[in-house]
Design a protein around this ligand. Structure first.
Ligand SMILES: [Zn+2]
Length: 308
């Protein structure tokens, strides 16, 4: 049916190039299969757009009239028919007032929970005064307390420097070393140095040792004193209970010079002077020359800052 219509229309279009409003005739080539799809323009159609017909090559062969490209035909404005139309009764339907949308309350951004500072479980690095260092029996809480552990050949050199600067430190010899170095222990006590219990043979004071051995380590450590320091800082509830149960306060440290790792005197000096605060407790040992070399510089730096 459509093909028939098209054929009919095509014929009519070719025959009668009726003028198209807005001018110009639109001869369209005889309907070949390509153009058949193009909806041929009938005089009834108001061609508005561009009609391009097929390319000239197919045309040369067929006797179709030359193609004319009509780009665009401005839409004609229908002459207003001035037919007097019955005055429209403009019923001004009052626009129904739009239901006032209750403004959806802006989702108040739930305040993000402020990131709570993670309660670090590990001991604070350099607390000004920390619970772990309050147990060191520092006679001047606002000052830095120097401590020397274990025992070793540098005890006398260290004592000499402290005497030069009139400083009282806390010494934690092991019971074994104290027993083996009684004279040195006596010089320390006589000099007003402070001593502490560091167990008998410096084990890891953990419950794996068993209560009896833990107790033996505490009992054979250096005494009399009420300050106790766990070797390596290692302890657990069982060993802490035994130690505090015997009336000792537990003394940790807040500045580790890492001399036991082989640090140089410069490194040790840098660690202490950069981290020292009022109440800091510095961990050093009686075995290393680096501590002996670093000590005068450390004391002079802290003294210049009123920290010792
Ligand atoms: Zn130790």
């Amino acid at each position: 049916m459509l093909a028939l219509g098209i054929a009919v229309v095509g014929l009519a279009a070719v025959a009668a190039c009726t003028t198209v409003p807005g001018g110009g005739a639109i001869p369209v080539a005889a309907p070949t299969s390509a153009t058949a799809e193009h909806r041929a323009v009938s005089p009834l159609d108001e061609p508005t757009g561009s009609v391009t017909s097929s390319s000239s090559s197919t045309r040369a062969s067929s006797t179709a009239p030359p193609t004319v490209t009509v780009t665009s035909v401005p839409p004609t404005t229908k002459p207003k028919t001035t037919t007097k139309s019955t005055p429209k009764t403009t019923t001004t339907t009052k626009a129904k007032p739009k239901p006032t949308q209750t403004p959806t309350p802006k989702a108040t951004a739930t305040p993000k929970p402020t990131a709570t500072k993670s309660t670090a479980t590990t001991a604070p690095k350099t607390p000004a005064t920390g619970p772990t260092v309050s147990g060191c029996g520092n006679p001047n809480p606002g000052k830095v307390l120097l401590t020397f552990d274990d025992g070793g050949p540098k005890a006398a050199a260290i004592l000499a420097i402290l005497d030069r600067y009139r400083i009282k430190a806390r010494w934690f010899p092991t019971g074994q070393w104290a027993n083996a170095n009684g004279a040195m222990i006596q010089r320390l006590v006589a000099d007003g140095q402070m001593l502490g219990n560091h167990t008998y043979s410096h084990p890891q004071m953990l419950s794996s040792l068993g209560k009896a051995e833990l107790t033996r380590q505490v009992d054979l450590g250096y005494h009399p004193t009420k300050v106790f320091r766990f070797p390596f800082g290692a302890s657990d509830a069982t060993s802490r209970a035994i130690v505090t149960g015997k009336g000792y306060s537990i003394c940790g440290w807040s500045i580790d010079t890492l001399d036991w790792r082989g640090n140089s005197a410069d490194a040790i000096t840098r660690i202490v002077t950069s981290q020292a605060r009022p109440g800091s407790v510095v961990l050093m040992h009686m075995a290393f020359q680096a501590d002996v070399d670093a000590l005068p510089r450390i004391i002079e730096n802290l003294r210049s800052r009123g920290l010792i």
